[in-house]
Design a protein around this ligand. Sequence first.
Ligand code: NAD
Ligand code: MG
Length: 421
Amino acid sequence: MKKVIILGSTGSIGTQTLDVIRPRRDRFEVVGLAAGGSHVDLVADQVLEFDVRVVALADAAAVDPLHRALESRAAQLGRAVPRVEVLAGEHASAELARRPADTVCNAITGAAGLLATLATLEAGTTLALANKESLVIGGRLVTRAAAPGQLVAVDSEHSAFAQCLRGGGRREVRRLVLTASGGPFRGRTRDELREVTVADALRHPTWSMGRVITINSATLVNKGLELLEAALLYDVDLDDITVVVHPQSMVHSMVEFCDGATIAQASPPDMRLPIALGLTWPDRLPDAAAGCDWTRATSWTFEPLDAETFGAVELARRAGKAAGTAPAVFNAANESCVDAFCRGEIGFLDITATIGRVLSEHLDGPGDGRPGSAHVGDDVVTLDDVLAADRWGRERAAALCRDLPARCTPATDRTQEGRRP
Ligand code: NAD
Ligand code: MG
C-alpha cells in the first residue's frame, strides 16, 4: 500500500490524481490533502471519499467553513463527522509534506509550491512534481536537495523525457526535443494578438487545465518554464533543448541520441498517464489511460516555434542561463502579469513584454536597492534570495502593469482557481 499526500487536491492535476487512485484503493492510501481554501465543499467530499485524516489549507479563514462542510456532507451521507486534523496558513502544505508518506504529489500552482517541494525532499519522500514553478525558481537548491530518483516529473513532456531517456545512455543524448501544442494562438501575428481576450486565451485546443497554466500555454511562458524544468531535471544544456510545435499533443516530447535516432513518447493528451507514472515510477500502472487509436487515419505535424511572436521561450532561456535568482524573477513577473491580464488590466502582449522588462532590470542593472532587485548568481544563491527575488519580481511587474492601459474583458467565473476539466 502506497501512502500518498496530494497538494493542490482541488485543482486540475489534484482531482485527476484522485481519479487515478479512486479505482485502485487497494494500492494507494491518501493520507493527506492540501488546497488553497476556496473550494472547501470539494475538500470535504475528498476527505469523506478517501478517508483522509490530515488536511492543509493555505487560507486560515477557510478552516471553519471546511468543518461546516464536513458536518453537512457527513449528515447528507448519514455518516459520522470524520475526525480531521486541519493545518492552516501559508506554511501548512509544507508542514503536511513533512508527514510520513511514500509519495507527495505537488500539484499546487505557482511559486507557492516551493516550500512544500523542499519539505518533501528534506523528509526523504518521493516527490511526484507537477508544480514545475518550484523546481524552476528553486533551481539547484531543489535539485541538490533531491536524492537520485527522488524527484519524479508529472509534467507530460518531462514524463516523456524520462521514458525516452531509457532508450540510451546519458552520454549518448544529443538533444531533448520539447513539444508544444502552440496554444490557442498558434499561427497568429503580433498584430492579431493585440486585442485577444481572457476568454480567447483560456480556450486551449488540446488540454483542460487550471487558469494560470492555461494562460501560460497561450503566451508560451509554460514552454519557457518547461525548458528550464527539463534542463534541471535531466542536466542538459539549455542550448541542447529544442522546442517544436506539435498541435495535436500526441507526441509528448522526444530525445535525440548521438547516432541520429530519435525516441518519442506518444499517447492521447490525458494527464492521468503521467500522473500514474509519477505515482509508480519506474513501474507502469496498467490501464492508466487510453492508448493511440491506430485504426483511424491520422496525421501528426511538427513545425518550428515562431519565437518572434512568442518571445517567452527565449526570455526563459535567458533567465535560465543567468540562473540564480533570474528564473524566480521570470516566474514571479509572469504570475503577477497573469493576474493583471485576468482582471482586464493589461493586454495579452503586455504579459511577455512586462516579464522581459522586469527580467532586464534584474539582470542588467545594479537593482533598485530593494531586496530581491539585484541578481544573485547560482553559486551563492540562498532560499532567502529566491524568496526575495520572487517578491520583488511580483511587485515590480505589478507596478509596471499599473502604468499600462487596460485592454481586456476581465475574467469570468470559468477562470477561477481550481476549475475542473
Ligand atoms: P489549478 O489551478 O487547477 O489547481 C491548483 C491547486 O493548488 C488548487 O487545489 C488550489 O487550491 C491549490 N493551491 C493554490 N495555492 C495553494 C497554496 N498556497 N497551498 C496549497 N494549495 C494551494 O492548477 P493545475 O492546472 O492543477 O496545475 C497545478 C500545477 O501543475 C501547476 O504548477 C501546473 O503548471 C502543473 N501542471 C498542470 C497540468 C494540467 O494539465 N493541469 C499539466 C502539467 C503541469
Ligand atoms: Mg507540460
